[in-house]
Design a protein around this ligand. Structure first.
Ligand SMILES: Cc1cc2nc3c(=O)[nH]c(=O)nc-3n(C[C@H](O)[C@H](O)[C@H](O)COP(=O)(O)OP(=O)(O)OC[C@H]3O[C@@H](n4cnc5c(N)ncnc54)[C@H](O)[C@@H]3O)c2cc1C
Length: 340
């Protein structure tokens, strides 16, 4: 275990914001939790788990123990003719896991290539992209209770996965450390091309849809993401800042009278999901900058730190965006990022 006092988290958040943590503790294995609980100084402070800091907005110094678990083992725990089950340590880099899986020819994670962060955070907001969500492959999750280090295992159906949501964002938020995640990957499958721009990219590359490999899809996703999403090492962000909102059919039809081109996708519950990027763009925010903060020129949903921004400045600009969208469309945008 490594304990750093008064530690700057700048290298640990993709918004590249300065923030001092009272303690930053790196552990190799969650079994260190009971040991930490016996330390009177560490035990007296609130604890905050951090992964790669790619879904976090730090708005103040943290008088807390910021806990990072670097356990990154990838283990095959079961295999049959059709599938392979991988149990992966929470500290493993997410994209490295996706690369490992496609290099083995296994299907399931390829659409989620190039998402920053670590494996332990992937179930927290049920990461998703290009028509896939991580819940599609998860079978179980091993966690440790932060109060006493008790091991608790959850099966997929106990995780309450939803759109950018899970039990780890609600009832179990700040209560458990996700330690290992088990994924079931398939040895044979068809590519998931429900996302139209992905389908188009594959066809434009001259690839045949029925003979694709996971690596073909992975390469196409990387090419698409690299064109549209800023590299956090160059321009700080946390990816999509807001969730795509869902509104009632009545509200949608009412908006169509003024905005006939408003895009919307019908959900199973009858509500209509609207791309937040479209709303933000219509409100005049695509590529707009206020001080050090703005939205990305190529993608209105990505709020970026153009250099030297504080977390408070990011919040202020995000609230301006929310106000403009609510005034124009009567739609309230919910933040996807975790604000600390
Ligand atoms: C450029 C860019 C593109 C992105 N694209 C996407 C995308 O396409 N789809 C998508 O869904 N997301 C996307 N994101 C958001 C982000 O990458 C994901 O949410 C990612 O899973 C966060 O991982 P992390 O390790 O950085 O978590 P952090 O940001 O460090 O933490 C996020 C939350 O998870 C909690 N947490 C982290 N690790 C654990 C653990 N082991 N146990 C319990 N709780 C934990 C933290 O306490 C915090 O509440 C993007 C971000 C960026 C910067």
């Amino acid at each position: 275990m490594y304990i750093h006092a008064n530690y700057n988290l700048r290298q640990h958040n993709t918004f590249n914001i300065d923030c001092i943590a009272r303690f930053f503790v790196e552990i190799k294995h969650a079994s260190a939790i009971p040991v930490m609980r016996h330390d009177p100084i560490l035990a007296a402070l609130p604890w905050q788990i951090i992964g790669g800091g790619s879904n976090l907005l730090l708005t103040k110094d943290l008088d807390a123990v910021v806990l990072s678990c670097n356990y990154d083992e990838i283990k095959i725990v079961k295999e049959d003719e059709l599938s392979v089950w991988l149990s992966v340590g929470s500290g493993c880099n997410w994209h490295d896991l996706v690369t490992y899986s496609v290099n083995n020819g296994w299907w399931g994670l390829e659409n989620l290539a190039l998402i920053p962060g670590k494996v332990g955070a992937a179930p927290v907001q049920n990461i998703g992209a290009y028509g896939a969500e991580v819940q599609d492959t998860i079978t179980r999750i091993q966690t440790f209770d932060l109060r006493d280090g008790t091991r608790i295992e959850l099966r997929k159906n106990e995780c309450n996965f939803g759109y950018r949501d899970s039990i780890f964002k609600k009832e179990l938020a700040d209560r458990v450390l996700i330690h290992r995640v088990t994924f079931r990957l398939l040895k044979q499958s068809k590519a998931n091309l429900v996302h139209e721009p992905l389908h188009e990219a594959i066809v434009n590359k001259g690839l045949r849809v029925d003979t694709l490999t996971p690596k073909d899809v992975y390469d196409a996703i990387i090419a698409l993401r690299t064109q549209k999403i800023p590299d956090p090492k160059v321009l700080g962000s946390a990816g999509s800042f807001f969730k795509n909102p869902s509104i009632s059919l009545k509200h949608y039809q009412h908006l169509q009278e003024t905005y006939p081109d408003i895009p919307g996708h019908k959900q199973v519950n009858g509500c209509i999901k609207i791309p937040a990027a479209w709303l933000i763009e219509q409100a005049g925010w695509k590529g707009k900058k206020v001080g050090h903060v703005g939205t990305y020129q190529k993608h209105a949903l990505i709020v970026v730190n153009y250099g030297g921004a504080t977390g408070r400045e990011v919040i202020e600009v995000s609230e301006m965006i929310q106000n403009d969208v609510i005034n124009m469309f009567s739609i309230s945008l919910e933040k996807e990022v975790v604000v600390l």
